[in-house]
Design a protein around this ligand. Structure first.
Ligand code: PEP
Length: 249
C-alpha cells in the first residue's frame, strides 16, 4: 500500500554536465518501473531549474536539499520554499544530518522548515538519525524518537511528509546497521508517528532508509517490512548505480 520512493541527494556535487545523469536515469525509468517505484533527484540549487526541465516527461521528480523557514526577506544566501517550487521542486529535504551538524539546525528549526515546505504544497523529506556514540550508548531509539517528535509538524497527512532514517555514522562511510537494527528503528518510528498523527497516517507514511545504500545491498534493506525506499547520497550521482537501487526497490 506504500509505494516505495528512491530519492537521490547530490549534496554539493554536480555542475551542468552532471545533468546527463538525469537524462540517462530518465531513459532507464520505464513506465513499468514508474508504476512500481517513485524516484526523485535533489541536485544542488544551482541546477534545480535546468534539472526540472531535463526531467520533464520522465516521471522523475526534482527536489531541493534545504530551505529557509521564512517566506521572503533579508536572509542572504538562503532560499524560500516558494522559490524552490518556482523552479520545479516538488519536495525538499529538511534536517539532513549534515545541516544539523554544519549549521547547528535544531528540531524546532527543522519543523519550521517542514511547515514552510508543506505550506507551499511540496513534500517535506524529514531526516533523523543517531550518531555512532549514541548508538553505542544504546540510545538510538530514544534519539531518533525525540527527533521525529520534534521535527514533524502537527496535523500533517501521510502524503505531505516522508521520514528518512539516516544513521549519521552510516552516511558516506560504507557502513550500514544490521538489517535487524534498521527494522527495529523503522518499526519504532512508525509507532511514534502513530502516537503523533494516528494509526492510519502512520500506516500510510513512507519511511526511507539512508546511509551507504548501494546497488548490492539495496535489495536486502528495501525488503524490510517498514522500509519504504531509500535516501541515497554517493550512489545517486551515477545513473547506473542509482537505477540499480531503483530496480531493487
Ligand atoms: C545521505 O547523505 O543522505 C546519504 C545517505 O549518503 P550516502 O548514500 O552517500 O551514505
Amino acid at each position: 500500500m506504500r509505494k516505495p520512493l528512491v530519492a537521490g541527494n547530490w549534496k554539493m556535487n554536480g555542475t551542468r554536465a552532471s545533468l546527463n545523469e538525469i537524462v540517462e536515469m530518465g531513459k532507464a525509468y520505464s513506465l513499468a518501473l514508474r508504476g512500481k517505484v517513485d524516484m526523485l533527484i535533489a541536485p544542488p540549487s544551482t541546477l534545480l531549474y535546468t534539472a526540472s526541465a531535463v526531467a520533464l516527461g520522465t516521471g522523475i521528480a526534482i527536489g531541493a536539499q534545504d530551505c529557509h523557514a521564512g517566506a521572503a526577506g533579508a536572509h542572504t544566501g538562503d532560499l524560500a520554499a516558494s522559490q524552490l517550487f518556482d523552479v520545479g521542486a516538488s519536495a525538499v529535504i529538511v534536517g539532513h544530518s549534515e545541516r544539523r551538524a554544519d549549521h547547528g539546525e535544531t528540531d524546532t528549526q527543522v519543523k519550521a522548515k517542514a511547515e514552510a515546505v508543506i505550506a507551499q504544497g511540496m513534500v517535506a523529506i524529514i531526516c533523523v538519525g543517531e550518531t555512532k556514540a549514541q548508538r553505542e550508548a544504546g540510545k538510538a531509539l530514544a534519539v531518533v524518537g525525540k527527533q521525529v517528535k520534534g521535527s514533524i509538524p502537527a496535523g500533517v497527512s501521510a502524503d505531505q511528509v516522508v521520514i528518512a532514517y539516516e544513521p549519521v555514522w552510516a552516511i558516506g562511510t560504507g557502513l550500514t546497521p544490521t538489517l535487524a537494527d534498521i527494522a527495529e528503528v523503522h518499526a519504532d518510528i512508525r509507532k511514534t508517528i502513530a502516537r503523533l498523527l494516528g494509526k492510519e497516517t502512520a500506516a500510510k507514511m513512507r519511511i526511507l532508509y539512508g546511509g551507504s545504500v548501494k546497488p548490492n545491498n539495496a535489495k536486502d534493506i528495501l525488503g524490510l517490512a517498514d522500509v519504504d525506499g531509500a535516501l541515497v547520497g554517493g550512489a545517486s550521482l551515477k545513473a547506473s548505480d542509482f537505477m540499480g537501487i531503483v530496480e531493487a526497490a
